[in-house]
Design a protein around this ligand. Sequence first.
Ligand SMILES: Cc1ncc(C[n+]2csc(CCOP(=O)(O)OP(=O)(O)O)c2C)c(N)n1
Length: 575
Amino acid sequence: MTILDFRSVNSLWGGVLVETLSRCGVTHAVLSPGSRSAPLVFAFARHPRIESIPVLDERSAAFFALGLAKKNRRPVALICTSGTAAANFFPAIIEAHESGTPLIVLTADRPPELRDCASGQTVDQQKIYGGYVEFYHELAVPEASEPLLRYLRQTVAQACARTQGGPVHLNCPFRDPLVPAEDGTARALAKKIDEEFFAHLEPAASVSATAIWQSPAGARGLILAGPEIVANPAAYAAAIIKAAETLGWPVLADALSPVRHHAGGQATIITTYDAILRRAQAARELAPNHVICFGGWPVSKVLRGWLEQAQAETLMISPGEANRDGLHGRTRHLSLSAESFSVAGSPVADPAYAAQWSRAEAAARASLDGVLGPMDELFEGRAAWLLALHLPEETPLFVASSMPVRDMEYFWPAHGRRCEMAFNRGANGIDGTLSTALGVAHGADRPAVLLTGDLALLHDTNGFLLRPKFRGSLTIVLINNRGGGIFEHLPVAQFDPPFEEFFATPQEADFGKLCSAYGVAHVPVRDWKHFTGLVSVLPTSGVRVLELRTDRKRDAATRKKLFSDAAEAVEKILG
Ligand SMILES: Cc1ncc(C[n+]2csc(CCOP(=O)(O)OP(=O)(O)O)c2C)c(N)n1
């Protein structure tokens, strides 16, 4: 087999490992430089069916791999040398664990005899990611023997299969020499380690049960479509909308659910629940007694608080075994994909209940749109609203944690423009935002967009180092409100000092100069007309930053006013 390199024990070992990954469905590998990982690097670099991408900073590398895996829904290999390099993968591994994203982490290590003896760049890498991986195994020190290569093949295949639940970690010890110089040990195996050796391997298929559910008659029922990244967003949304139509229940759709972006059919899609439920009367009148939640609970705190009060009978539907019910309600979990769930017969819902929701949505949406439509001021929320209207259809959109994800939830209307959402909402970190977005955009068939705050972008500027290797187009919509705007919405904002210095933490970076250091285009946005023009047609390649300078204090006040006007409009209509 020409893919394998029989020059040395390490080169053959690396080759068998990488070929096994390829047969098990790995198409991308992200590698950070170092010496101990050389046998893996040589094997990846020569493999024809795996795209190998070098990334200097391991933290950025891991988030980039995470973005690739989120977008493609297949395991991505992540490789580093021994020592602190492995520790830099950790934040992305936590996000992968929390969001069930498939990653195969390969950390090179010294062999056992060089540990615990101050041999240099050697740290304890055993189970370094603790409970954040689905599977951990330390591979044997390479040997050129058929039984040991069979063990290697089967262990790597097993690791790949386990990525269906999240990240896995293989610690990989190597003895010197690390470069593929002829050592005479591996040649004899060339006849045995052949096509046949790998023939039985294939990508793990997800097994999904199906369920048909009998709904209660006359229910005041709601469907909640929470944040979820799925392989086929159109089919996923269609399944949920079909269930809603059959039941006659409204769907409260998070901006991070495919349903918000694939709206259609007869179902009532509600997007303004955060504004609607802010007033006690509406909250009381609209309380459900039955809920079906797809994915996890939506981002909205107001909605979560209301659901906790309602204590409705709840069916939670998500693949995997993880408990997604942080509200500890009267919940049963069905470990299923949305597409595998269907509703039996034609149950009779309470039609007045759905009609109430529909009227509330119309009133709140009209109120919000009435203000946002003619608005001239550079209000952050309007950026999300305009992106919804002007981004090209099917744009992949990565949204940063903090206010961007909330502004999308508040202001992004439901429609059928089929944006493909991606996000790091497993652990809600602001770290790794740029690198993950680049991973999502890399090799995508359409130009992608990142919507981010200034602190999230500054936290991960090493991601810009990826630019020369990046294949695709990423437009970064930077909301520069000089600090953490989210904190303006918390009680802590009333306590200054220390609020500005220790919570808002405004930075002094000049984004124009920062971008030019990395060869990234930078465009200061003049006004909304300029902005709309810039996002309506996206460039086919490259990375650019569109900087919108906003005022976080004024914007926090504008949001509050928008919500209270919308809630008042709803109250009028319900009252
Ligand atoms: C790694 C990490 N550190 C700290 C936080 C806490 N945190 C949440 S939002 C935020 C500020 C984000 O500011 P920015 O990206 O400018 O967005 P804005 O709040 O202005 O929308 C911080 C520090 C976090 N979520 N993740």
